[in-house]
Design a protein around this ligand. Structure first.
Ligand code: ZN
Length: 167
C-alpha cells in the first residue's frame, strides 16, 4: 500500500472499512459495485467519493504507473497498426507495379497492330494513379510527408497522459 494518501475530509479515508474497500478495488470491483456493497453493510459512501479516494489517496504511484503502461501499450498498438498498413501499401504498390508493367507491354504490342484502345490507356493511368496514392499514403504514415500530423497526434497523446498524471 505504498504511496497511499490521506484526507480528513475523505469518507473512505476515515472509514473503518478503508482497507476492505481498497481490497475490493484491487479485486476488480468498480466504484459503483463498492458503493452497493457498502450500502448492504450499512455504510454510505457515493461511488464518486470512492473513485476520488482511489484516485487521490490510494496507491497513487501505482495508478500513475498503470496509466503510463496503458499509454505505452496504445503507442505500441498504433505503431503495429502503422506497420501493417505499410505492409499492405507495399504489397499494393508492388502488385500495381506488376500490373502497370504488364499493361504497358500489352498496349505496346497492340499498338504495333492497331491503334491503341482508349480503355487500355485509361486502365494504365488508373493503375499509375493508385501507385502514386499508395506511395503518398505510405509517406504520410511514415511521417515523411511534411503535412502529416500523425507524429504530432502521438506527441499530443503522450503530453495529455503526463498532464493528467501531474494533476
Ligand atoms: Zn481518501
Amino acid at each position: 500500500m505504498s504511496g497511499a494518501g490521506y484526507s480528513s475530509k475523505c469518507k473512505t479515508c476515515n472509514s473503518a472499512r478503508r482497507l476492505e474497500i481498497e481490497a475490493w478495488h484491487e479485486a476488480g470491483d468498480t466504484s459503483q459495485e463498492i458503493e452497493i456493497r457498502l450500502k448492504s453493510l450499512g455504510e454510505e459512501i457515493s461511488h464518486t467519493a470512492i473513485l476520488k479516494h482511489l484516485n487521490n489517496h490510494y496507491n497513487v504511484q501505482e495508478a500513475a504507473r498503470e496509466k503510463y503502461y496503458q499509454s505505452q501499450q496504445q503507442i505500441e498498438n498504433d505503431a503495429n497498426k502503422r506497420l501493417s498498413d505499410l505492409e499492405i501499401l507495399d504489397a499494393l504498390i508492388q502488385d500495381n507495379h506488376e500490373i502497370h508493367k504488364g499493361l504497358r507491354l500489352q498496349i505496346k504490342e497492340l499498338k504495333d497492330k492497331f491503334t491503341t484502345p482508349m480503355p487500355a490507356i485509361a486502365m494504365l493511368n488508373g493503375v499509375g494513379d493508385s501507385i502514386c496514392k499508395a506511395m503518398k499514403t505510405k509517406q504520410e504514415l511514415l511521417g515523411e510527408d511534411p503535412e502529416s500530423h500523425k507524429a504530432d497526434t502521438l506527441l499530443e497523446l503522450i503530453n495529455a497522459v503526463s498532464e493528467t498524471e501531474e494533476g
